[in-house]
Write a protein that binds this ligand. Structure first.
Ligand SMILES: [Fe+2]
Ligand SMILES: [Fe+2]
Length: 170
């Protein structure tokens, strides 16, 4: 599969897949929960753009996705640092590239009135999460499993509780 899915002006299929344990699970319940929520937010954004176009709730959906993404990245980076995961810098860089892209592109969803543009944005996000999950997130999940052995759930939960998904900026 190419990094960017085929772009058309009106796909008859959904680009955003449902999160599922077998395909996307990283082995840590809290982070699987984060990923599940992000996939739901992505699917909501896709539906909103397709069926409502730029409805009144679009800015809220974008803000929700933005919040979930940034808090989730903060949680992963916090855990990776505490674990001493050797690829933390590289992983953080991947997160930084996506958040910079989102900051630059998502505001224009309300300005560029072309279905093909909306579709390209959703295709990019959908592909990014798929590739990142398989190449990067599963790798720290495996490292955590080896590092914590049978206590991994309790120790990872304890570290992640220091950095909540639901912490909002003042
Ligand atoms: Fe992740
Ligand atoms: Fe990640």
């Amino acid at each position: 599969m190419s990094h960017l899915s085929r772009i058309s002006t009106g796909p008859s299929f959904r680009r955003v897949a449902d999160w599922n344990q077998a395909s996307h699970g990283v082995g840590l319940a809290e982070l699987d929960h984060d990923h599940n929520l992000i996939f739901i937010a992505l699917g909501t954004l896709e539906n909103e753009l397709r069926f409502l176009r730029r409805g009144a709730t679009l800015p809220k959906t974008v803000k929700f996705l933005d919040h979930l993404t940034k808090r989730h990245f903060a949680r992963e980076e916090h855990l990776m640092e505490r674990l001493g995961y050797p690829k933390t810098g590289e992983h953080r860089e991947q997160h930084g590239l996506l958040t910079a892209w989102m900051d630059a592109v998502l505001p224009s969803l309300g300005e560029v009135r072309r279905p093909s543009y909306d579709d390209a944005v959703i295709a990019y996000l959908s592909d990014w999460w798929h590739v990142h999950n398989h190449r990067h997130d599963k790798d720290y999940g495996q490292y955590a499993g080896e590092r914590f052995a049978e206590d991994r759930f309790a120790e990872a939960s304890s570290i992640l509780s220091e950095c909540s998904l639901y912490q909002f900026a003042e």
